[in-house]
Design a protein around this ligand. Structure first.
Ligand code: KG4
Ligand code: ZN
Length: 340
């Protein structure tokens, strides 16, 4: 029985999970710090580290209790090594090292983005390979060829902001609260998504790269030109702001889906994966499904609980590393810029 404890503390969620054989989730606990960072309109790294320190042990205990297993039953401890906020990553890495040392268990370092891709395999089991995976979150917007489970070839990435970052910055500009993605998603329902014509720069150098800083600036210029003030109460958003964010969301999703579709035409995968926090976006889910249908390919999007940051995806990715012997020693260090 391959029971793996996963630990994830790369950003503002403290998470722990127990996963069996890389496929069956016995528990997945996520302690969100949204309330801590919301007053600042974004993650404050120093506060994030402190809250991870407070939360990490109770979260691990809760994950073990819910899975009804003890530390001695584990086959390995998997932890997010990077990328992310260094102070946050360090908390998870130190705790994982301590557990692995005390219980003499293998320590398995995991790349956060590999975890996001693995969430699709964890949720759906067998996925026809090669797959094309779009990872779209607050820190990443990347397209990967996945020839086999656990192997990722980067095809394109954002040159500037991640898509989720653009959602969060636009929401902050308009006073819509943090995190911005879910707020914009909700406010865009029934709004006029053609009210403002936004275009997204196409990168014309033959790469599959993305860029989202231009649209963020376009929203800022529109707000200044029209004299739009941020809302006082995120519960009462006037129609013109709802139309504005719906138009923004439409353009961002169109750019993401265009990247996915072009990637599929070039690389001819047998399936598509869309994952990461922004994969929770209802419009992105809908439009990727339509694109998959046009392409005649199956699409795999994890359920909401596995698209945003969680530790089950880290345990699942750790299981693959354990099988292939990609382990770490007790000199493992957090790497905020870890490459996949
Ligand atoms: O994967 P994740 O939890 O953390 C990172 O690895 O970054 O992604 C968080 C990002 C945030 O930028 C948040 O605004 C965005 O995912 N997000 C969404 C939605 N839910 C979360 N963006 C658009 N629509 C949503 N429904
Ligand atoms: Zn993430």
């Amino acid at each position: 029985m391959g029971l793996i404890l996963g630990i994830e503390t790369s950003c503002d969620e403290t998470a722990a999970a127990v996963v069996e054989d890389g496929r069956r989730i016995l528990s997945s606990i996520v302690s969100s710090q949204v309330a801590v960072h919301a007053p600042f309109g974004g993650v404050v790294p120093e506060l994030a580290s402190r809250h991870h320190i407070e939360n990490v042990c109770p979260v691990i205990e809760a994950a073990l209790a819910e899975a009804k297993v003890g530390l001695a039953d584990l086959e390995a401890v998997a932890v997010t090594q990077g990328p992310g906020l260094v102070g946050s990553l360090l908390v998870g890495v130190q705790v994982a090292k301590a557990l692995a040392l005390v219980h003499r268990q293998p320590l398995v370092p995991v790349h956060h983005v590999a975890g996001h891709v693995q969430a699709a395999f964890l949720a759906h089991g067998e996925i026809p390979l090669p797959a094309l995976a779009l990872v779209v979150s607050g820190g990443h917007t990347s397209l990967y060829a996945v020839p086999e489970e656990g192997v990722h070839h980067l095809l394109g990435r954002t040159r500037d902001d991640a898509a989720g970052e653009a959602f969060d910055k636009v929401a902050k500009l308009l006073g819509l609260g943090y995190p911005g993605g879910p707020a914009i998603d909700r406010l865009s329902e029934d709004a006029d998504d053609r009210a403002v014509a936004f275009t997204i720069a196409r990168i014309k150098d033959g790469t599959a790269d993305f860029s989202f800083s231009g649209i963020k600036t376009a929203v800022l210029l529109h707000v200044r030109r029209e004299g739009i003030a941020p809302v006082d109460d995120p519960a009462e958003v006037p129609p013109r702001i709802r139309d504005l964010v719906a138009s923004f969301q439409r353009a961002v999703v169109a750019a993401l889906v265009r990247g996915l579709e072009r990637g599929a035409k070039t690389h001819r995968p047998r399936s598509l994966i869309v994952t990461g926090g922004v994969a929770a976006n209802s419009r992105l889910r809908r439009e990727s499904a339509a694109a998959a249908e046009r392409l005649g390919l199956p699409l795999f999007v994890p359920p909401l609980s596995l698209t945003t940051d969680n530790a089950a995806m880290i345990a699942a990715a750790g299981f693959l590393h354990l099988e292939t012997g990609r382990l770490a020693g007790l000199d493992l260090n957090a790497d905020p810029n870890l490459r996949l």
